[in-house]
Structures are given as structure tokens and as C-alpha cells.
Design a protein around this ligand. Structure first.
Ligand SMILES: *Cc1c(COP(=O)(O)O)cnc(C)c1O
Length: 339
């Protein structure tokens, strides 16, 4: 089975497992795991942020970011396709007591124009809008990236309106590869950044919240409260560190393969795709004349798995454990079924 459902389905390689077993560990709730501490310092320095906090999931690092940047009753702004709004089980309302104002952007991206009338708090009866959440790359938006100029203008808008910026960088690695933007630039734009090691980088577990020392100290307490304080977790930080060192450079290939699938889809009479929206490792396309679920069942019979992303919409996501031979097989199956 060729699994393009997500870039989270990779399995640890023997080399990664071997590297994990050599990690020096300690009790990280006592801040005594040298592997975790060194990895937090390495990643935060990479983004020009003061500190990092290793956590089990991207959902936890997003929710911790919102927690440390808001007060209960605040409002946060996010594109309507955002992960924090759609796929985090309503956590922001429950854990931080904030309400989410969803904005219609483009392919999951926002601009100052999109949000200029959505900042509130001038009157006692309004919620106080305090955080702008930006996702990069956009997941539901199709894996597209913000340009440096787009981010700079959003940062100016945020500063002028007293908004903090939380950056959902679950796939920031793909954005860095596609745009060439240096990681420290994201550190300048954002107050908090969530990065994931369990997506395209291929670690089995792990994300990190990056921010200043004060916010990370606060987040550390909430991580413990929410059950995310882990003990000899250097084993997992080692896997994430290995993934960052060894697999970051492989993302470029994922993007090329995604593009090749997109071209094939574009050539099929029963499929449609916006080729301009394929920038990184995600390919989103529509099927004509049948539902996504029906089309996916037929694809699965050919040994290819993708996910439904709407009534007639399908998402395929590339990762480094899909090579050229697998891509060829996928392209052939797609052509056989849909052309
Ligand atoms: C995957 C993902 C997350 C976090 O997901 P977890 O499964 O909790 O690690 C957050 N944001 C985006 C955009 C994602 O794609």
C-alpha cells in the first residue's frame, strides 16, 4: 500500500532508532534531560528565539502558544481553514477561554486587508482581539507559503493594532525550503512559534513551542497541568533531532514529487486541480462525476491511499518514505482510473 494520507505516517528507520538508543537521558520534569535541553536550545537558536519547550504534539504547542498570549474572554483571529479552528477539538475555548473569530483569506493565508475590520476591544462590550494566528505552510489551504513581504505587512498590522502573533509552523520546514526565508525571520515576526518534527521530517513524536524565556516558563507550567510533562523524553527528542539533521534536506524531493503528481492530475479528464496552489508537499484536487469517497475506494483497490478533503476533494501528501518508484505507481493508477 502506498500511503499518501499524510506526512505523519512515516516510520522510524533503523538509523533513527539506533540514534535514539544512544541518547543521554534524565528526568525532564526536573529539567534534567540533557538531550531535551540541548535540542530546545538548538531549535530556539535556529529561529532566533530565546527558549523552546519540547511537547508531545503540534496541538499542544499551538494551544500553549494561545494560552500564554491571551487572557480568558479575549478573541483570536485565524483563517477559516486554520488547524487551530478546525482540528484541535475546540481546545482554544476550553483551555484558554478565548473565542475564535474566523476570517476568510486565500488558500489559508490572511492579509492585513482581510483582517482590517476584525480587530475589536475599543468598547467595554466587545471582546478584546489579542492574537493573530498564522499558519505556514497552510494545511487545509493546500500547503502554500507566505512570502517575506506578506509576513512583514502582517507584522506591521499586528504591531499597530497591539496584536500578538502566534505562528503555526507545523510545516514551517517545507515553507523554509520552498521560499528560502531564513528561520530567524519567523522569529522576528512571531511572539510564539509551534514547529513539528512528526510531519515531513519523519520523527515518530514531537513538536516544540518557541518564544521568549518568560512565555516558555509559563508554558512549562501549563504543559505540566495538561499532562504533557514527560520524564526520560530525551529518547524522543533524539529522534526529532535526528529527523531535523537528516530529513530536512529531503523535503525538496517531496515538493518535486508532489508537483509531478499535480501535473498528472491536471492531465486527467475526470479530475481538476489548481496547479498554482501546489507549492510544497501537499496536492489537493477535485474529482468530477463521483464523490471523493467513491474515488478513494477505487484508488485503494489499486494500492494507493489518500484522504477525502471535502465532498469532491482529495488530498495527497508526500513524505520521504515515498520514492520515485512509488510516485510512478501512483501516477499510473491515477491515469488509469481518472483519464
Ligand atoms: C498537523 C498539524 C498540527 C498539529 O498536529 P498534531 O497532530 O497535534 O501534532 C498543527 N497545525 C497544522 C497546520 C498541522 O498540519
Amino acid at each position: 500500500m502506498i500511503d499518501l494520507r499524510s506526512d505523519t505516517v512515516t516510520k522510524p528507520t533503523p538509523e533513527m532508532l539506533d540514534f535514539m538508543t544512544k541518547a543521554e537521558v534524565g528526568d525532564d520534569v526536573f529539567a534534567e534531560d540533557p538531550t531535551v535541553t540541548a535540542f530546545e536550545q538548538k531549535v530556539s537558536a535556529m529561529f532566533g528565539m530565546e527558549a523552546g519547550l519540547f511537547v508531545p504534539s503540534g496541538t499542544m504547542s499551538n494551544q500553549l502558544g494561545i494560552k500564554v498570549l491571551t487572557n480568558p474572554g479575549d478573541e483570536i483571529l485565524i483563517d477559516q481553514n486554520g488547524h487551530i479552528f478546525n482540528y484541535e477539538t475546540g481546545g482554544a475555548g476550553f483551555l484558554s477561554g478565548v473565542q475564535i473569530s474566523t476570517i476568510q483569506g486565500k488558500k489559508g493565508k490572511l492579509s492585513p486587508e482581510d483582517i482590517k475590520n476584525s480587530v475589536r476591544g475599543g468598547f467595554d462590550w466587545e471582546p478584546k482581539t489579542s492574537v493573530l494566528c498564522l499558519e505556514n505552510t497552510t494545511n487545509k489551504g493546500g500547503g502554500v507559503c507566505y512570502s517575506k513581504d506578506e509576513l512583514s505587512s502582517l507584522k506591521s498590522f499586528a504591531d499597530q493594532n497591539n496584536l500578538k502573533v502566534h505562528f503555526d509552523g507545523a510545516r514551517i520546514w517545507n515553507a523554509i525550503v520552498h521560499t528560502g526565508i531564513e528561520p530567524t525571520f519567523f522569529g522576528e515576526i512571531a511572539d510564539t512559534i509551534s514547529v513539528c518534527f512528526s510531519k515531513g521530517l519523519g520523527a515518530p513524536v514531537g513538536s516544540m513551542l518557541l518564544s521568549n524565556k518568560e512565555n516558555i516558563a509559563k508554558a512549562r507550567r501549563f504543559r505540566k497541568m495538561w499532562g504533557g510533562g514527560m520524564r526520560q523524553v530525551g529518547l524522543l527528542a533524539a529522534a526529532a533531532d535526528f529527523a531535523l539533521d537528516n530529513n530536512f534536506s529531503k523535503l525538496k524531493k517531496d515538493h518535486e514529487r508532489a508537483n509531478q503528481l499535480a501535473e498528472a492530475v491536471d492531465g486527467c479528464s475526470n479530475l481538476s486541480i489548481d496547479l498554482n496552489s501546489v507549492e510544497t508537499n501537499i496536492v489537493i484536487f477535485d474529482v468530477r462525476n463521483e464523490s471523493a469517497v467513491e474515488a478513494l475506494t477505487r484508488l485503494e483497490e489499486k494500492g494507493v491511499r489518500m484522504v477525502p478533503f471535502g465532498p469532491n476533494t482529495i488530498r495527497a501528501t508526500f513524505h520521504y518514505q515515498i520514492g520515485d518508484a512509488e510516485l510512478q505507481k501512483v501516477v499510473e493508477s491515477v491515469k488509469e482510473l481518472f483519464d
